[in-house]
Design a protein around this ligand. Structure first.
Ligand SMILES: Nc1ncnc2c1ncn2[C@@H]1O[C@H](COP(=O)(O)OP(=O)(O)OP(=O)(O)O)[C@@H](O)[C@H]1O
Ligand SMILES: [Mg+2]
Length: 336
């Protein structure tokens, strides 16, 4: 039984959501509460289930089981009403290249039943928001990637929804456009829009989101603020050692067996989770390495990062995950 009462704290409630494609479980019993007025990040590697989860929230896909309540409404039964409340930006930029910026916005506004003066006012405002007033009558096909993305963002917000859902808003953007997109998202949020975004970038989740849920293989493996997640990984510090790849294995064995440390490896970087500010352990590690006559490039003590969170929770770095996924894709292509 779904509680249809409007909850003032949570604008979206996802309960025991499951989505299967044949025997494959893309979304595996996900439950999440998304707070009103905040920026929520769903962080995960390729194929983790981010887009599938978003599509279920939007009602584009029907769940195998589970329920989603959006601002007090059932997202399937009341889908038309729910749509009015949500602005949505897909992973790919969708603007019509053959139409001008003005025409793109006009069509979007009409889809949300805007007309007459209200429509014109919404278009004017959108062009201003996107810094595209001077390009209103230019075809979108002539725009740069960043301009298209800006146009797409205001097009998604033409009906002034209170929720904005962004599927990987900055994937493929250069650093400058990425930072600009962050600022635009932040500005919308400051004006009261609840933002839900998916991302593969740890830094993006860390900088932009009030709350983060990490999704891996369709399951939520952690949920909290960036600092809560970092604490969850380690109340302590991380010893980071950089060494030539040919001695990495030897060092890892030493740390694990002699010093009983929890260790992760990424190429020539070795990370050991230790107690907070345990400088003594750094000395022990350095000593052990020295005694074995192993040469290293550096050893340091630092606080955990979002990357450490990801490694600890999913067993590998997000970069490795991407490579793993790409090689899976390559294998599939070879098989075909
Ligand atoms: N319609 C479908 N039929 C079968 N499998 C699907 C379908 N849609 C998604 N999947 C699978 O479900 C898993 C999750 O996909 P999803 O697109 O949600 O991942 P994602 O986290 O958005 O990844 P990306 O970062 O690459 O966009 C993937 O393994 C994908 O291949
Ligand atoms: Mg996706």
């Amino acid at each position: 039984m779904i509680n249809m009462n409007k909850d003032d704290d949570n604008i979206i409630e996802i309960k025991n959501l499951i989505k299967t494609f044949g025997s494959f479980i893309a979304v595996d019993n996900v439950s999440l509460n998304i707070e009103r007025g905040k920026i929520f990040g769903l962080l995960g590697p390729n194929g983790a289930g981010k887009t599938t989860t978003i599509s279920l929230v939007l009602g584009i896909l029907k769940p195998t089981s589970g329920a989603i309540v959006i601002d007090g409404l059932d997202n399937i039964k009341d889908n038309e009403l729910v749509k009015e409340k949500i602005g949505f930006m897909t992973q790919e930029t969708i603007v019509d290249s053959d139409l001008t910026a003005y025409e793109n916005l006009k069509i979007a506004g009409k889809l949300y039943h805007l007309k007459g003066e209200a429509l014109e006012a919404a278009i004017k405002n959108a062009l201003k928001e996107a810094d595209l007033e001077a390009f209103a009558n230019k075809k979108a096909g002539s725009f740069s990637g960043g301009m298209k993305r800006r146009l797409y963002l205001v097009k998604s917000m033409i009906h002034a929804p209170k929720i904005l859902i962004l599927d990987e808003p900055t994937t493929g953007l250069d650093v400058q456009n990425r930072v600009e997109m962050w600022k635009r998202i932040d500005d919308l949020n400051k004006r009261g829009v609840t933002v839900i975004l998916t991302t593969q970038y740890l830094e993006e989740a860390d900088r932009l989101c009030n709350k983060i849920a990490i999704i891996d293989h369709g399951k939520i493996v952690a949920h909290g603020t960036a600092s809560e997640l970092k604490k969850q990984v380690s109340e302590g510090s991380v010893i980071e050692i950089i060494a030539e790849t040919n001695v990495v294995e030897q060092i890892v064995k030493l740390l694990r067996t002699k010093l009983k440390l929890e260790v992760n490896v990424e190429d020539e970087k070795i990370e050991a989770f230790v107690a907070k500010d345990d400088i003594k352990m750094v000395s022990k590690v350095a000593d052990a390495i020295y005694k074995e006559k192993i040469t290293i490039s550096s050893i340091s003590l630092r606080l955990p990062t979002m990357d450490d969170v990801f490694i600890k929770l999913t067993g590998s770095s997000i970069r490795d995950k991407l490579e793993e996924q790409n090689s899976d894709r390559a294998n599939i292509m070879i098989k075909r």
